[in-house]
Structures are given as structure tokens and as C-alpha cells.
Design a protein around this ligand. Structure first.
Ligand SMILES: [Zn+2]
Length: 222
């Protein structure tokens, strides 16, 4: 039966369920005999794994007196594996896109134009990041932006090894960067070996494109 299904292209197998019934405990010295029966073979079914046939077999175990001591019903799916993904298709998903809101859209639009912007309170002039609607000092809702010099230093960092998201290169240096204007942002470091990264090292912005619609400020040693 298995060879027939293999020949028909149903070459993969997965166990689906198993029921066991015990009639009595076994004792040392029992001599058991097993007999197997194919109980059923289903029509071809489509499953998430691929099209295939469910095969139910029953194994009966008898003792030396011919009495049934236990049986097992075992069901497998013999299926035709789905074709592998097209090797020409892009090997990795794109870098995740930011969730744009009316508060942060200006910042990502600035990055797309290779400008590192900082939000500034229109009333008291306090700089703030990440973008938000209200000034924490004077509660003004008015704001504009200034363009950062792009210079700063490394406040802290982690070197990420696991878990690996396929859109990123590893090891991935995730950095907290203090800009010389005084605000702090989360970014990645580029053009540096993870072992060379030191807290306090001077950094400068480097705009990196991730496809047509996303450019992000990253930082490299200055
Ligand atoms: Zn303010």
C-alpha cells in the first residue's frame, strides 16, 4: 500500500492520531503476537500539508492463549508535498515598515529626504524625541522641527544574536544614540564590528535605504 501511494506521488507521511486499548497488564513470560489490518483508506483529501489519503491501521496483540491483550488504531496521512517556493522569489522579507501616525510621520518623511529631524516646542523651544503631540515642559501643542547635525555619541547598545528576524543582518547592533542637540534615539550601528563598539564612542548619522519607500538614519563611528 505504501509503495503504491509513493508511486502515485504521495511520498510524504505524517502521523495524525493514535488510540490504544489495553485489555490486561502484561506479565513476564507472556508471548505476544501482533497482527495488523488496514482498516480504511480515505478518498483523496486536501489538507494544509497537501493532498493525500488518510490510512487507518489496527494492530492487535494476542497472548499465547490467543486472547487479545491490547490493540492500537493508528492513523497517518500520506500526502503529496506542496511544491517548494520559487527559488527566484526574494529570499528575505523586507525590513518592517514603521507604523506611521500623524505625530511621527514628519520624522520618517525627513529621513526619506536624508534629514535627521528633531521635534521642537514652538512655545518654549524644548527639543523632544520620540515625536509626540504635547511639550512635557509647557504643555504646548505647537511644534516645529530642527535638523540635527547628525553627530552624537553612543549612550548604550546591545548586540542582538537571537532570535533572528529574517529582514535583518546579524549580529545586529541596536544602539541608543545621544545626539549633540540633546535628544536620544534608538537606531542601529553600521560600518563597525560589534567587538569594536564602545559606550561613549562618537558617531555620525548614515542614511540607509531599505527599498523605495524607506530610508532610516543609522549611525557609524565618526
Ligand atoms: Zn514647551
Amino acid at each position: 500500500l505504501m509503495a503504491m501511494l509513493d508511486e502515485a506521488g504521495f511520498t510524504s507521511v505524517v502521523a495524525t492520531d493514535c488510540d490504544q486499548t489495553y485489555e490486561r497488564y502484561l506479565r513476564p513470560g507472556d508471548r505476544l503476537h501482533q497482527s495488523a489490518t488496514i482498516e480504511s483508506v480515505s478518498e483523496e483529501k486536501s489538507t494544509a500539508l497537501g493532498a493525500g489519503h488518510f490510512i487507518t491501521t489496527r494492530s492487535d496483540y494476542h497472548d499465547q492463549h490467543g486472547d487479545l491483550v491490547g490493540s492500537m488504531r493508528f492513523r497517518i496521512l500520506k500526502f503529496r508535498p506542496k511544491p517548494k517556493p520559487d527559488p527566484e522569489a526574494p529570499a528575505r522579507p523586507p525590513r518592517p515598515r514603521p507604523s506611521l501616525t500623524q505625530d511621527n510621520a514628519f520624522w520618517f518623511e525627513g529621513a526619506r529626504q536624508r534629514q535627521l529631524l528633531i521635534q521642537r516646542c514652538a512655545s518654549c523651544g524644548l527639543l523632544r524625541h520620540p515625536p509626540r503631540p504635547m511639550c512635557s515642559a509647557c504643555r504646548s501643542l505647537g511644534w516645529d522641527t530642527v535638523e540635527a547635525s547628525g553627530r552624537g555619541h553612543l549612550h548604550s547598545f546591545v548586540v542582538n544574536h537571537h532570535p533572528r528576524a529574517p529582514a535583518f543582518d546579524y549580529p545586529l547592533v541596536v544602539a541608543l544614540v545621544d545626539l549633540e542637540e540633546g535628544t536620544r534615539l534608538v537606531s542601529n550601528l553600521v560600518d563597525v564590528e560589534p567587538a569594536e563598539v564602545k559606550v561613549g564612542m562618537p558617531l555620525e548619522v548614515s542614511f540607509v535605504r531599505f527599498g523605495d519607500d524607506l530610508t532610516l538614519p543609522q549611525f557609524r563611528p565618526a
